[in-house]
Design a protein around this ligand. Structure first.
Ligand SMILES: O=c1ccn([C@H]2C[C@H](O)[C@@H](COP(=O)(O)OP(=O)(O)OP(=O)(O)O)O2)c(=O)[nH]1
Ligand SMILES: [Mg+2]
Length: 144
């Protein structure tokens, strides 16, 4: 599907890195190097603005390599880009390691997945359909 994008960054457009990748890597767009100290969080700009069609969202998810090797996560993971958002896409990174982590322009800091979603209309009810699970949850089937 085609999606309109404004790229105000110094980077190329986000791209799928492999043939059947679900996510496109997002690159940092910075004036200077940003350092994340242990447990520090910072909003990292991408310079990108997109126009998603109605009924679609974009999810901003962590990259597992950065998470595993450097403890870099996304505080609000998965971040949600609404279809009516026209502002700059930013990524709220957090450093969950005990070492400083440096981010430079062009670094692939996260990945973005475009997905369909529903908007629901509530139908108020006095009772809900019966199921075997019922109210069971939070491990009620056992943890082993
Ligand atoms: O990781 C993210 C999450 C959100 N956004 C942008 C797009 C999204 O449409 C908007 C609002 O995000 P969200 O609804 O998660 O934040 P909120 O705290 O509910 O703010 P708002 O009251 O503006 O909806 O911020 C980003 O750029 N990056
Ligand atoms: Mg919101």
């Amino acid at each position: 599907m085609n999606i309109r994008i404004i790229n105000n960054s110094k980077n190329a457009l986000p791209a799928y890195e492999t043939l059947h990748a679900a996510g496109m890597d997002l690159r940092a767009n910075l004036e200077e190097t940003v350092t994340l100290k242990p447990l520090e969080r910072k909003l990292i700009p991408t310079g990108l603005h997109i126009e998603l069609p109605e009924g679609y969202e974009a999810q901003i998810r962590p990259r597992s390599g950065l998470a595993f090797k450097h403890g870099i996560g996304i505080v609000n993971s998965p971040g949600t880009i609404d279809a009516d958002y026209r502002g700059e896409i930013k990524v709220l990174l957090v450093n969950l390691s005990n070492e400083d982590f440096e981010i430079n322009t062009g670094d692939r800091i996260a990945q973005m997945i475009v997905a369909k979603h529903e908007q629901v209309t509530w139908v108020q009810a006095d009772e809900l359909g019966e199921t075997t699970r019922g109210h069971g949850g939070y491990g009620h089937t056992g943890l082993g």
